[in-house]
Design a protein around this ligand. Structure first.
Ligand code: PLP
Length: 407
């Protein structure tokens, strides 16, 4: 595909053609999860109809074939985020699981009483709660990088918070509830100066923009397959090899050992050391296929198209009297969070649903972000490569109807 042809792209997403409440579906809940292209759906079918067998365990044909596909997917992921080695690519259940892995394993090895972890005010709960649990276990403290009235992180405050006790800085590349792109390059650079390690939550980033973990020089990077056009229950933790090598395993079981006796167990090498038990190999292979799909469209083209879409959406929605957009920034991607004055977000979402328009309503697993704005939730429209300006027009018209009905 040379040009960005959104109609051709839409043809590859069978779910998008359905009607909801008698209306053509307008799916604008992509921040929560995206729909799957045919080639991913077909890949899953191919695995189960042609070569499904447990990986890394058999000498037989099917097991070798599935293992090969699984390890090829790991190489596809490595290439996608430009990691140095496949040993640095751990298959997890998703972003949440990846962050919990680091919170446990990195925590066990490196965190002591009195140490500090920095997270941002605009984090998803997945990048808050695992650190709280770790701090409780280890007697460490969480410090919060504040955001301004627009939801942008205040870098000068961040610099003040960094000190010798800071062991890790964990921030999202893109804040899920607002779509704001955080200045992670500066955040990583400053952390490095004090010797703190960095974890970037890329759950809302990799599907929208090109990511190069070596260029970023972050220590860990996490993302989810289901937001990246693959199956649910699969995700990625990237970690620098020297760190992962030093960290103890997160879970014990099959596949992560070299030898087991009742006296002593020897763990295996990276990356399998962190993949105990039967991993979601079908999900992993689907993620490889999803990345091949993204690559066939071109991540730069996707970024350009989605940026235009977001700009169009923000301009169009701003025309509605009484509509407030939360999280105004020049650096945004693919999500617009808003409220209509005097109308509860649930009512807006429910009426839009009657019109076939799917948006997310509530706190978006980011209660501290909402608190910063003094609200309990928003309506969030979030975009993927298959959305169109016509769909945004329908959202606009839908919101006018909501106003007419409720005000
Ligand atoms: N981090 C961010 C920024 C997210 O948007 C999400 C999900 O919405 C997560 C983490 C958690 O992802 P998952 O539920 O796939 O583990």
């Amino acid at each position: 595909m040379n040009m960005f042809d959104v109609e051709k792209i839409r043809e590859q997403f069978p779910l998008l053609t359905q009607k909801v409440n008698g209306k053509n579906l307008v799916y604008l809940d992509n921040g929560a999860t995206v729909q799957k292209p045919l080639r991913v759906i077909e890949k899953i079918k191919e695995i189960y109809t042609e070569y499904n067998s447990n990986i890394h365990r058999g000498v037989h044909y099917l097991s070798n074939k599935t293992t090969e596909a699984y390890e090829n997917a790991r190489e596809t992921v490595r290439n996608f985020i430009n990691a140095n080695s496949t040993e640095e690519i751990i298959f997890t259940k998703g972003t949440t699981d990846a962050i919990n892995l680091v919170a446990f394993s990195f925590g066990e090895k490196y965190i002591k009483k009195g140490d500090e972890i920095l997270i941002a005010e605009t984090e998803h709960h997945s990048n808050i709660v695992p650190w709280q649990m770790m701090c409780e276990r280890k007697g460490a403290k969480i410090k919060v990088i504040p955001a301004d009235n627009n939801g942008e992180l205040i870098l000068s405050e961040y610099k003040k918070l960094l000190n010798k006790r800071t062991k890790l800085v964990a921030v999202a590349q893109v804040a899920n509830s607002l779509g704001i792109i955080n200045p992670i390059e500066d955040i990583i650079y400053e952390a490095r100066k004090t010797g703190a390690k960095t974890l970037i939550d890329g759950a809302q980033a990799v599907q929208h923009k090109s990511v190069d973990v070596q260029k970023l020089d972050c220590d860990f990077y996490a993302f989810s397959g289901h937001k990246t056009y693959a199956e649910t229950g699969i995700g990625i933790l990237y970690g620098k090899k020297e760190l992962l090598n030093e960290m103890p395993p997160y879970q014990g079981g099959g596949d992560m050992i070299k030898s087991v006796s009742f006296e002593k167990t020897e763990y295996t090498d990276l990356p399998l050391k962190f993949e105990a038990g039967t991993s979601n190999y079908v999900g992993a292979i689907s993620l490889g296929e999803a990345i091949n799909f993204i690559n066939s469209v071109g991540i730069e083209k996707i970024e350009k198209y989605e940026t235009e879409l977001l700009k169009y959406a923000e301009e169009k929605l701003s025309l509605i009297n009484g509509l407030t957009i939360y999280g105004k920034s020049k650096n945004k991607t693919s999500a617009v969070s808003f409220l209509l004055k005097g109308i509860h977000f649930y009512d807006t979402g429910m009426i839009l649903d009657k019109l076939g328009i799917a948006v997310r309503t509530g706190a978006h697993c980011a209660e501290p972000t909402m608190k910063n704005f003094g609200i309990s939730g928003t309506v969030r429209a979030s975009f993927a490569m298959y959305n169109t300006k016509e769909e945004i027009d329908k959202l606009y018209e839908g919101l006018l109807k909501v106003k007419n009905m409720l005000l």
